[in-house]
Design a binder for this molecule. Structure first.
Ligand SMILES: [Zn+2]
Length: 171
């Protein structure tokens, strides 16, 4: 079976690879050499085809989590994927069967599905509309709104604070 905890981490890292830096949208995977090395470090094969599959899936996942596209847009990413059973020490284990180039992209989609099933609504876009990052809220209250309290949480609080001051001055 795939490791859900690390696949979840991988999913979030892929979703968050297009951050806004100093007001400018950027892409951590724009440098393909670095991107391929990063994918190899995340358990992939580091090929150009793998990066292409991950980029396709990233675009679909970001749109789906933002509610801009239906989950069906990810159907091509999982086409032909199977699980193969094997008997090991008296237990059946299931192994993902897909070409090595596609495995990371498929695992990201499966991690999204596992979250949507077991923790619906926990994966969401940061509530700061100038931020393009995502968060997975594991807290009991499920009230997290920011990718990071230190960055977006404080920024939004400060913005509301100044808005209030401006409104008071305008009165
Ligand atoms: Zn944010």
């Amino acid at each position: 079976m795939t490791d859900t905890a690390s696949d979840e981490g991988f999913l979030l890292a892929v979703l968050n690879s297009t951050p806004v830096v100093d007001g400018v949208p950027t892409d951590d995977f724009a440098d393909t050499t670095r991107a391929r090395a990063w994918l190899a470090g995340a358990g992939g094969v580091g090929t150009e085809a793998e990066l292409r599959h991950v980029l396709e899936v990233r675009q679909a996942l970001q749109a789906v989590v933002r509610g801009e596209q239906p989950p069906d847009v990810m159907a091509p990413a999982i086409q032909g994927v199977t699980y193969v059973p094997a008997m090991e020490d008296g237990q059946i284990t299931w192994t993902l069967s897909v070409s090595p180039d596609r495995e990371l992209a498929v695992r990201a989609v499966l991690a999204w599905d596992a979250l949507a099933r077991h923790s619906p609504g926990r994966l969401r876009a940061c509530a700061n509309d100038e931020c393009r990052l995502f968060l997975i809220d594991h807290s009991k209250a499920n009230a997290g709104r920011w990718c990071s309290m230190a960055v977006c949480g404080n920024r939004m609080k400060a913005r509301r604070h100044y808005q209030r001051i401006r409104e008071m001055q305008a009165e």
